[in-house]
Design a protein around this ligand. Structure first.
Ligand code: GLA
Length: 726
């Protein structure tokens, strides 16, 4: 049993893998007692210590002045009734008042995990994998109910939380904030880690101590964004990659989000994650409920590495879905950096021929095949084939690509519309806009109003038509700008602030319907590279184009940072041409191969321009990838050297039986007359004896205690790989 309620002590205990999460009812309030390393089943009530805090932390109960909500660890804190820190939710009732507080009503424990409607979510494959707890809380003075849901996975250190706000009265309630999860840590000092970046430089790791006040990560861009990712971790100051407490917070959501961490005046830390409350409001009619997205909390006492491995397993096996979840993905060649918009059927068929000779398995036709699209200033929304470029249409091209023995994939960008398009001529009000206000453009394009059902229906039917029109095996689903002037022509004024969330719900509804209609198609998410690299998208698409930066050296940081919360199997990664199109760097094809191979692997360059020697290397890379893919996509990841801290990066994958491992080592700049470093490995079986591809035989103890000799690499941007077998 992973969840228990002890009626004698009023304590809830959730055990998830090696972690426990404990709450207690006190005077009707749901208090948080503990989150951390797994506990036994004793009574943990002593953990709650309430102390009088003076008149500036007021008391909810005048008869009981020794404690205040302001100093209590609360499970879903409210606003205005003596807790004056950040609330988890904030509502306005029909009389204009905003004070609220929640008291316990009931609870229920069920096997498995209840489904959420219309939102991406973690799932169970059998009831025995997890248990879920629903706790109903109610405001005693107003008709408001909040249902907190927790799922504890039996064999993974993961607790999934969400909340539902229900209007039980006869008047509407305005929701101004609705977090998915909030956790109060009564003591201890923490540092926070988050992933920050920009276009072509996504998900770099930042770490800083928390001080008093509130640290916030947020997106107001309408998508999860290149800037900040919906993930953060709280760690102890001494936590490293391998040791110490790490608490991960990840939100299964692709729109505006907010993570906040605050150290209060009494030394407690409150961590919270959910939809952003900035410019958000939701009018909850009588009887209606508002469901928040899910937050996935992971605890590890094996440092950041342990935390990441739990996210990887959970997201790879219980968030990603469909036939491609566990299958090896085809090695692809994408024509974007090979041709940009300048292609036609013959050019693509030629690329397919060359790809086939090198062992590549799929041709992906990127942007530019529809409408009048010869540059990025027009035609989004006009999803009909440009016969000038593709005289045989998608069907004709697909047939010719398949004749070469390759699979065939295409690109589209469903949520977008060009001002210069037939669709815009026909439906100028279908774009996201505010009436009588200038419309900002990004990459010369506007965004379709996905909060409208008619727009979603149109997009769904159009995409369905495309996917039915030809044997298409793969889709790259792009999203190339942030939202501005957010509003919808159909929403009444009092609901305009619902737009950002409704946009995401509409998008999800189309993703759900299309991926269900075409279960065999492999979908890859994309947003100018990694502008929507989030768990929400992974529910619909098992891989995402990680970054438009295809430079092998830049990718070390991007992929290392991304791996904090996401498995390598979800990271689209391609070998591109040199000088690299984003940063001009020239790297060896072997290094580019080694960097891309630790992801969903492919090529994105004019294969015809490769030298014979490079072609030989490509053939070898593809063959090697086939041999190693299982280990890379399903093995446990151990990060060995951090590219943010030095001149090298290294990571390794270990099979679950520890009998096989793959170690990738990358050197940025070469150093003359260098030190002779060893690379200490992790995660192996101490007692096993491993034969390595460098010709050596080593025990697991030697490899983890002393390490492998790193060869002298007298070139910038070089790499080396070891394959170990017990
Ligand atoms: C985005 C993607 C690229 C490519 C272009 C096409 O930038 O990230 O990979 O598909 O769009 O316009």
């Amino acid at each position: 049993m992973s969840i228990c309620f002890n009626e004698a002590t009023d304590v809830f205990q959730l055990d998830a893998g090696q972690s426990s999460y404990v709450m207690k009812l006190v005077g009707g309030y749901l208090m948080h007692l503990y989150y951390g390393k797994r506990l036994d089943g004793r009574d943990h009530s002593y953990m709650l210590r309430l102390a009088p805090r003076g008149s500036f932390s007021p008391n909810p109960d005048p008869q009981n002045p020794i404690w205040s909500l302001d100093a209590a660890p609360l499970e879903y804190p409210s606003y205005g009734t003596s807790d004056l820190r950040s609330p988890a939710y904030h509502v306005q009732f029909a009389d204009g008042s905003t004070a609220s507080e929640l008291k316990f009503v009931s609870h229920r424990i069920v096997d498995g995990k209840p489904r959420l409607e219309g939102l991406p979510q973690v799932y169970c494959e059998s009831g025995g994998e997890a248990q879920s707890l629903e706790i109903v809380l109610r405001d005693e003075y107003r008709p408001l109910e909040v249902i907190l849901t927790y799922t504890a996975f039996d064999a993974m250190n993961a607790i999934v939380r969400s909340s539902k706000i229900v209007n039980k009265g006869n008047d509407p309630i305005r929701i101004k904030k609705a977090s998915s999860a909030s956790v109060d840590y009564v003591s201890g000092r923490y540092e926070e880690i988050h992933l920050q970046g920009s276009w072509a430089r996504e998900r770099h790791i930042e770490r800083a101590p928390l001080t008093h006040g509130i640290k916030m990560i947020e997106s107001r861009r309408g998508h999860s964004s290149h800037d900040l990712n919906p993930f953060f971790a709280l760690v102890s100051p001494e936590t490293t990659e391998d040791f110490g407490d790490a608490y991960g917070y990840s939100l299964i959501y692709s729109g505006n989000f907010k993570g906040s961490m605050g150290l209060d005046q009494y030394g407690s830390t409150r961590a919270m994650i959910g939809i952003s409350d900035f410019d958000f409001e939701w009018l909850l009619a009588p009887g209606e409920a508002f469901q928040t997205p899910e937050a996935v909390l992971v605890y590890s006492n094996e440092g950041l590495g342990g935390m990441s491995r739990t996210y990887h397993r959970l997201y790879r096996t219980r968030l990603c879905r469909g036939v491609w979840r566990d299958k090896r993905r085809p090695v692809l060649v994408n024509n974007w950096e090979a041709t940009y918009f300048d292609f036609n059927e013959d050019k693509l068929v030629e690329l397919a021929k060359q790809a086939k000779e090198l062992g590549i398995e799929m041709l992906v036709m990127d942007d530019g095949w529809f409408g009048q699209r010869n540059d990025d200033r027009c035609s989004l929304g006009d999803w009909f084939v440009n016969r000038g470029k593709l005289p045989g249409g998608l069907e004709g091209l697909a047939a010719r690509v398949k004749e070469q023995g390759l699979k065939f994939g295409i690109w589209f960008e469903p949520e977008m519309i060009s001002r210069n398009s037939r669709l815009f001529e026909q439906h100028p009000d279908w774009c996201v806009h505010v009436k009588n206000r200038r419309q900002s453009e990004g990459r010369s394009q506007l965004v379709l109003d996905m909060s409208r059902k008619d727009v979603c229906d149109y997009i769904l039917e159009t995409l369905t038509g495309i996917l039915k029109s030809a044997p298409i095996d793969y889709v790259k689903w792009d999203f190339n700008r942030s939202l501005t002037e957010m509003g919808s022509a159909l929403l009444p004024p009092e609901r305009q602030r619902e737009f950002a969330h409704r946009f995401v719900l509409g998008t999800y509804s189309v993703m759900e319907a299309l991926t269900s209609r075409f279960p065999e198609v492999l979908f890859e998410g994309c947003s100018g590279g990694g502008g929507r690299f989030d768990p929400g998208i992974l529910y619909y698409m098992p891989q995402i184009w990680t970054s438009d930066d295809t430079d092998a050296v830049e990718r070390l940081k991007i992929q290392y940072g991304t791996s904090l919360a996401y498995p390598f199997s979800t990271m689209g990664a391609h070998v591109a041409a040199v000088p690299n199109h984003q940063c001009g760097r020239v790297t060896a094809i072997s290094t580019r191969g080694h960097a891309a191979m630790t992801g969903a692997f492919g090529y994105e360059l004019d294969l015809g321009k490769l030298s014979e020697e490079e072609k030989t290397q490509v053939r070898q890379q593809v063959a090697q990838y086939h041999q190693w893919e299982r280990l890379i996509s399903q093995g446990d990841l151990y990060r060995l050297q951090d590219p943010f801290k030095g001149n090298t990066a290294a990571w390794m994958f270990v099979s679950s039986d520890k009998k096989e491992a793959l170690v990738f080592y990358y050197q940025v700049l070469s150093v003359p007359n260098p030190e002779m470093p060893e690379l200490k490995l992790k995660g192996l079986d101490e007692k096993a004896v491993y034969t390595a591809s460098d010709g050596g035989t080593y025990s697991g103890a030697q490899l983890m205690g002393f390490g492998l000799h790193v060869p002298y690499m007298p070139y910038d941007f070089s790499s080396y790989v070891w394959h170990l077998k017990a």
